[in-house]
Design a protein around this ligand. Sequence first.
Ligand code: ATP
Ligand code: MG
Length: 148
Amino acid sequence: MPIERTLSIIKPDAVAKNHVGEIVSYFEKSGLRVAAMKMMRLSKAQAEQFYAVHKERPFFPNLVSFMSSGPVVVQVLEGENAIALNRQIMGATNPKDAAAGTIRAKFAESIDHNAVHGSDSPETAKQEIAFFFKPEDILSYVPENELA
Ligand code: ATP
Ligand code: MG
C-alpha cells in the first residue's frame, strides 16, 4: 500500500474539551505518524477559504464561525493508506452514524461540532497540506520517492 500524507484538524470543540492528546493517540495507535503539527486559531477568512467547497451550503456560515471560534491543532499524518485510514478512524460526519471505536463516536457532540477534520482524497490532501505547511515544515519518516 502507498505511503500517503493527509491533513488532520482537531477542531475547536475537541481542543476546548482538552481531548488533543487522546485524539492524537487514536492516530498513533492506528499506525499513522505525526509528520507536522501546529496549534493556531483560524481567522474567519482562513476558515472560509479552507471550506470554500461548501460555500453554497446552508451550513457554511455556521461552519466558518465554529472553525474560527477557538484554537485548533493542525497536523500532517503520514502512513500507509493515510487518507482513507484517517477517514476510517474519524468515523462518519454525523456522530449519530459514526461506528463504535471512532473518534467522532467518542468525542463529537453533533454534526456541526464533530471534533476532527480529515482530507477526503489525494487531491484535497495535497491542497490542504499546502494550505497550512511549507514543505520544509513536514518531518517525514520515509524517503520522498516512497510517497504516493
Ligand atoms: P470535514 O471536512 O470537517 O472532515 P466531512 O468531510 O466528514 O467533514 P463534509 O461534507 O466535508 O464532511 O462537511 C464539512 C463539515 O461541514 C462537517 O464536518 C460538518 O461539521 C459540516 N456539515 C456537513 N454537513 C452538514 C449538515 N448537513 N448540517 C450541518 N453541518 C454540516
Ligand atoms: Mg470534508
